[in-house]
Design a protein around this ligand. Sequence first.
Ligand SMILES: Cc1ncc(C[n+]2csc(CCOP(=O)(O)OP(=O)(O)O)c2C)c(N)n1
Ligand SMILES: O=C1C[C@@H](O)[C@H](O)[C@@H](O)C1=O
Ligand SMILES: [Mg+2]
Length: 637
Amino acid sequence: MGTIRLTTAQAMIKFLNQQYVHIDGEEFPFVEGIFNIFGHGNVLGIGQALEQDSGHLKVIQGKNEQGMAHAAIAYSKQKLRKKIYALTTSSGPGSANLTTAAATALANNIPLLLLPADTYATRQPDPVLQQVEQEHSMAITTNDALKPVSRYWDRVQRPEQLMTSLIRAFEVMTDPAKAGPATVCISQDVEGEAFDFEEEFFQKRVHYIDRKIPSERELNGAAEKIKKSKKPLIVVGGGVKYSEAREALMNFSLQYNIPLAETQAGKSAVEHSFINNLGGLGITGTQAANKAAQEADLVIGIGTRYTDFATSSKTVFNFEKAEFLNLNVSRMQAYKLDAFQVVADARTTLEKLTPKLEGYQSEHGSSIVEKKEEWKKERDRLRSVAFDRNDFDPEIKNHFSQETMNEYADTLETEFPQTNALLTANEAVDEDAVVVCAAGSLPGDLQRLWETNTPNTYHLEYGYSCMGYEISGTLGVKLAEPDKEVYAAVGDGSFLMLHSELVTALQYKEKINILLFDNSGYGCINNLQMDHGSGSYECEFRTAENKVLNIDYARVAEGYGAKVYRANTEEELKAAIADAKKQDCSTLIEMKVLPKTMTDGYEGSWWNLGVAEVAENESIRDAFAFKEKMLETAKKY
Ligand SMILES: Cc1ncc(C[n+]2csc(CCOP(=O)(O)OP(=O)(O)O)c2C)c(N)n1
Ligand SMILES: O=C1C[C@@H](O)[C@H](O)[C@@H](O)C1=O
Ligand SMILES: [Mg+2]
């Protein structure tokens, strides 16, 4: 084979076009497109290459590097990690803005290809604009900050390095056990440098994503554990979704009467209406799942990382009696909680394990259905909470006086409780609509209350819980699900932090819907501080004169060109959602909701936080003493 003379950037774009994945007998291109924000570091290199020949790649101009990277993460997550968008940014601040998003992808195990520009390989013009200039090393650039948050990181300072570098990046991104951000930084002069690349490098390359099969030892060991258990519980993690194990899991659960508890990443792998699905587990869990967790003598964790939110800081289970069995493609994850480990694909393992348990039946009997019924009553109660100007008892108790609650009601001109608004929205959106969220009080409300009866319609980034993911992520989900209505559930704090990709959505006519829950403050953090004995300090949005801020967010979105609604009652919200469905352009529904009206924790919802060990305030000392008490029952590692 011969060679072909291309710039490094042209070679890279040509290579991206030739990457395919092969999964369960299907083969398709892995890189769908490329987000870009051009600066001097990439416009003449990668920009030129894309303008000349982008191949099949869809080219989308982003508005904020973090935002467009969040959109790429959400696209890949929604596509169950089978496809990606790459990203090109300029050097310096453009690449620094990727750090938060790279960390988000890393924590969530999502493949993401980051292509930030780097400083000059020749160093001739140094220091160039945006070069940080570390005294002790010329070799350090802003891009080094991406090392701790990348699963693979490389710097390309000669054109020919590109070949080995990109092959490694794709190996990492297409490995289910290692999937995460791959960062390939290309010196800005090298982007435009020409080289005689081997034609072979550009041949179609197929990355096979095979299902890892469990060994007989693993299967027999797992079967033995389950047969010995009376009250097993399955923790459904994100791995269940990625492995597309829905049916295998439902068969397994039904046949042996084993309840399911969902993590944020695992929710909607199996629909809410499935008889054994008890919903969210842990700090933001349901009464039903947390009770089953307390009773469990065997916890079968499938594709879960067991974060503190899922385990209530290792207190949701009774560690005196519970044993653990972990099914995970990642050996590191499988090792957690001293579990019996099955390092294999979830679906394959469940399919092979099911026949091995013939004759077994758990002792849960009808208690699973009873727990679910009990939770349904609680959900119905939350649906009918109503504000009262004289004697209101919100879900988050003993924080704000009636006077303060009335102040919010008067300033925001609302009496809408958040739980009511969320449940109304859940009823009003289409059955197959996708909801996207990441931070604030809404992830808790959603995990407990949002019912999803179409698989993969609940999209929570709760590995990093990064404010700003909500709206950016919704754009990514829309790119992945063009035929569905997609909704960002977002608080006012997250909206303020980052909503730039709303403009991108409008610009490219990728319709997204924003459900904005404005309680004028960092509500969940205010709850945390007041729950642990502090006062209300710096978490409400108040003016210098101590007046509650009232911002017209609808007008902001209207300015960008979105269709907007203001909905402060159930009726207004239903009408707004119905009308929003008829629109072709992106929409924003602004709801002013009362603080302290989100859901509170249920049994087993404890969170280990850094409470002050010494403090003047007695209530903080009490909170610290309570933490010490809780730690007595918590597993220590
Ligand atoms: C990027 C980032 N910064 C800070 C935080 C910490 N944090 C988590 S929730 C939150 C407040 C969220 O406020 P809002 O979006 O209004 O939601 P609410 O809790 O009021 O419902 C903060 C500051 C975070 N998760 N992400
Ligand atoms: O600190 C936090 C508290 C959680 O309640 C919230 O959902 C999350 O976004 C967070 O960062
Ligand atoms: Mg808020």
